[in-house]
Each structure stands twice: as structure tokens, then as C-alpha cells.
Design a protein around this ligand. Structure first.
Ligand SMILES: [Zn+2]
Length: 250
């Protein structure tokens, strides 16, 4: 792990020779948003068939809903380091220099990283380092993911400010704390519509809360030409009517 961190720091800027060209010069998209979710499993979203309507907004939203995306790994660090950076599976290596933020910078966008995850420990320092390559980075937490329990809702005013700050084309990355366990801590003032059993009720509520969050993000974007992409880093093991707590993934 230490070796990986050293390699990341050494090679993250190692991309000067990479050439990028815009895919479509006539694309009038002003804002591109990449929302990185946390511990969200698709079978709890009604848009994918969950019987309770946990995603009323997404059910009516226009978009492409990919059914069958498999996370690269079952925890944040391993999954996102293989999603946001170029991987070389045959060599079991990651090319730290080629990553989403670099590609967006190189393509001429202003880039922003807004995170409600930690900045140290549990691999979060990888994404903190990545965020420093963006034009601007905003982190709510000053320590690990437990260092304060900022609600994802607090991302919204910052997001709004960025969207409306100037007319430059932007890519905005949002890294949510989402449904990270302990899930009942994620609800804040949110009033859930459903009660199922034990902590699973909180999990279902975090999915409803996610649906509302995405709706609020799209409301802020209403006057812009935008493209938005959401994916979760991995799922979560949810208890099946026992008194056992959740399996813990970070
Ligand atoms: Zn995660």
C-alpha cells in the first residue's frame, strides 16, 4: 500500500506526452457532471425493479440506465483506483498519470472535484491526491471518512456556485458519502417513505435520498446544456431479516 502511494505521487503528473482530442467539436455541452456514488446496489432502486418506489425521480428521468455494470472491486479504494485511472490488468498495475481528471483538463475543461469522503486513510488519500489535479477541489472532511458527518445535501450550494461561476465548459466530479455504512448516520433530516426492518430501512432510505439528490442536482443544471453520469463504486451486503449488522465495507 505504501509502495502504491509512492508510485501515485511520483507518476500522477506523468502524462505530458499524451495527446487528447475532443470527440465532437460541435457538442454544445456546458457542464458535465460525474457523480461517484457509494455503496449503492442496483437491486434496491425501483428504476431497476425494486418493489418499493425508492427512485421516483429516476423512474421518470430521461437517460440511459445501464443494467449490468460490475464494480471493479468491493471497496472504495480498489474499485475507484481501477475506474478513475487507467489500469493495465495484464501487469496488475495502474497508470496513475492517465486518469479522468487529467483527461478532462487536457481536453480544455475547467475541472472541479467536490467530495464528501475522507482525505486520509482507507485509500481516500488516493482520491484526495487525484482531486488536487483539478482546477478546484473542495473537501468537507479534514480527516478520514468518519471525521465529521457532513450530509451530502451540503454539496448542493457549492455545486450551484460552481455551475454558475463563469461560462467556461466544466467537468464537475462529485464524490458522495452516499450509502456508506453505518447507513443510519447518512439520513440527516431526511424523512423516509418506507420502513422495512432494522438497518435495512436506513439503507432503503439512503437510496430514496440519493434519488432526491440527483433530482436536486438536475434542478440546479436546468438552465445549462449538461450531461450527467452517475455510478456507484460498489454495492453493500444488506441484512436479510436477521439481527445481524451489515457486513462492513469501506
Ligand atoms: Zn465505497
Amino acid at each position: 500500500m505504501q509502495k502504491q502511494k509512492e508510485e501515485l505521487k511520483k507518476y500522477i503528473g506523468d502524462n505530458a506526452n499524451i495527446q487528447i482530442s475532443l470527440i465532437d467539436n460541435h457538442d454544445d455541452t456546458e457542464v458535465r457532471v460525474v457523480i461517484i456514488g457509494e455503496s449503492v446496489r442496483k437491486d434496491y432502486l425501483s428504476v431497476y425493479g425494486y418493489p418499493l418506489n425508492t427512485t421516483p425521480y429516476l423512474k421518470t428521468a430521461k437517460g440511459i440506465f445501464i443494467d449490468g455494470l460490475i464494480a471493479a472491486a468491493s471497496n472504495t479504494q480498489l474499485s475507484l483506483s481501477r475506474t478513475l485511472f487507467k489500469t493495465m490488468p495484464n501487469e496488475n498495475k495502474i497508470n496513475w498519470g492517465i486518469n479522468f481528471v487529467f483527461l478532462a483538463n487536457k481536453a480544455g475543461y475547467e475541472t472541479y472535484w467536490v467530495s464528501n469522503q475522507g482525505i486520509i486513510e482507507y485509500g481516500d488519500d488516493i482520491f484526495y491526491t487525484l482531486a488536487q489535479s483539478a482546477s478546484q477541489a473542495h473537501f468537507f472532511k479534514e480527516g478520514n471518512y468518519l471525521s465529521n458527518d457532513t450530509d451530502d445535501e451540503e454539496i448542493l450550494p457549492i455545486f450551484s456556485k460552481i455551475v454558475n461561476s463563469n461560462n467556461k465548459n466544466k467537468v464537475i466530479f462529485i464524490h458522495m458519502i452516499g450509502s456508506h455504512e453505518p447507513v443510519c448516520y447518512r439520513l440527516g433530516n431526511f424523512q423516509p417513505s418506507f420502513q422495512i426492518y432494522n438497518e435495512a430501512s436506513c439503507y432503503v432510505a439512503t437510496i430514496e435520498k440519493l434519488d432526491l439528490f440527483i433530482k436536486n442536482i438536475t434542478d440546479i443544471l436546468k438552465k445549462k446544456n449538461y450531461k450527467l453520469m452517475y455510478f456507484s463504486d460498489h454495492g453493500l451486503s444488506v441484512e436479510k431479516k436477521t439481527n445481524l449488522p451489515f457486513c462492513r465495507y469501506i
